[in-house]
Design a protein around this ligand. Structure first.
Ligand code: HMG
Ligand code: MG
Length: 299
């Protein structure tokens, strides 16, 4: 399969990145982070999540974030919603796109959203209907597609089943999450092929966490399998509160650098992105999590 000329990057740092941050991150910082990401050219920035604040306190200022972000033309600001309650709150806060999330592993589904995979999919039905009525686009996530912190290996067929159900329910795109980052390129490719047999590859996205340093290799394998959308997090921020030891998503800077090297357009300004990475790292009081940013900013 020939490589795509363009790749779309979905920035998930403000949500997937910050949701796991132990220190309190103030709303000003979140709003400015989203503005800086927009300035760097990102066209999809996952802004926050409308989940229970008891479960994920860091996202408790979701409505305020949505009220304060300055929306750039042509940029989508999706938010994560686990159920109808979250969807209604997101809609009231002005969200125009949401994302639902299910898992390919039963144990992870229980730990993350306190219900079985089948129950989670059922919960999405009223949400999908309400989203359809409101003209809100819905993206779907599948977690633990290459391994589960509780169950170990996950069968590609299990991933394909959940992805196909989300696609049938009306999700315009399915993001395949290696939540704990245990995937390697061969496994990634087999998983993508199994899912692509049920959902057109044009509707798939790769969401790779970099816990074992494999995310870039998994992105390269996914590109070869026809995937042209990747989720990434500025400075590699993040982890998952329900996956102990999981590190952040692949750093956005790393993905842009890779694509640039392969002659694939992302529409993103790497210098602006690096400036944004340095800024958020300083705000959080740590060194940038991206090797590309460290290398290019130390020259
Ligand atoms: P539950 O306790 O089973 O739900 O939680 P419940 O319906 O029994 O409700 C319990 C309480 O939560 C009630 O309040 C509800 O009103 C409230 P109380 O009566 O106790 O005061 N509630 C809500 N509040 C705000 N927003 C809502 C909402 N829903 C119920 N939407 C629930 C179920 C799903 C809510 C909970 O388990 C939850 O919020 N989990 C958070 C999960 C999460 O955010 N995980 C991280 C994101 S997923 C991820 O990172 C993976 C991904 O990046 C892909 C990858 O890497 O693989 C996407
Ligand atoms: Mg994630």
């Amino acid at each position: 399969m020939s490589l795509p000329e363009q790749v779309r990057i979905v920035e998930v740092g403000p949500r997937d990145g910050l949701q796991n941050e132990k220190q309190r991150v103030d709303t000003d910082t979140k709003v400015e982070l989203i503005a800086r990401l927009g300035k760097a050219g990102l066209k999809a920035i996952e802004a926050t999540s409308f989940v229970s604040p008891k479960w994920v306190p860091q996202m408790a200022d979701n409505a305020e974030v949505m009220a304060r972000i300055v929306r750039l033309p042509g940029v989508a600001y999706p938010v994560l919603t686990p159920n109808l309650k979250g969807f209604e709150a997101a809609l009231a806060a002005g969200a125009e796109e949401v994302a639902v999330f299910a898992a390919a592993s039963e144990s992870f589904s229980q730990k993350n959203i306190n219900c079985s995979i089948a129950e989670s999919l059922q919960r999405f039905e009223p949400l999908m209907a309400a989203a359809g009525a409101a003209g809100v686009r819905v993206r779907g996530y599948v977690s633990c597609v290459l391994g589960c912190p509780y169950e170990g290996a996950i069968e590609p067929a299990a991933v394909a089943d959940v992805a196909a159900t989300l696609a049938q329910m009306g999700c315009y795109e399915i993001s395949l999450g290696d939540t704990i980052g245990t995937g390697t390129p061969g496994k990634t490719r087999r998983m993508i092929e199994a899912v692509a047999a049920r959902v057109p590859v044009e509707r798939l996205a790769g969401h790779y966490h970099d816990t074992y340093g494999m995310a870039i290799a998994n992105i390269a394998a996914s590109l070869e399998a026809g995937v042209a959308v990747f989720d990434a997090s500025i400075s590699g921020l993040g982890g998952c509160p329900y996956a102990k030891g999981a590190s952040g998503n692949v750093a956005t800077e790393e993905v842009v650098y890779l694509m640039r090297g392969m002659g694939i357009d992302t529409g993103i300004d790497l210098a602006e992105l690096i400036a944004c990475s340095l800024w958020i790292s300083e705000r959080l009081g740590r060194a940038p999590g991206s090797r590309v940013t460290r290398a290019l900013s130390s020259r």
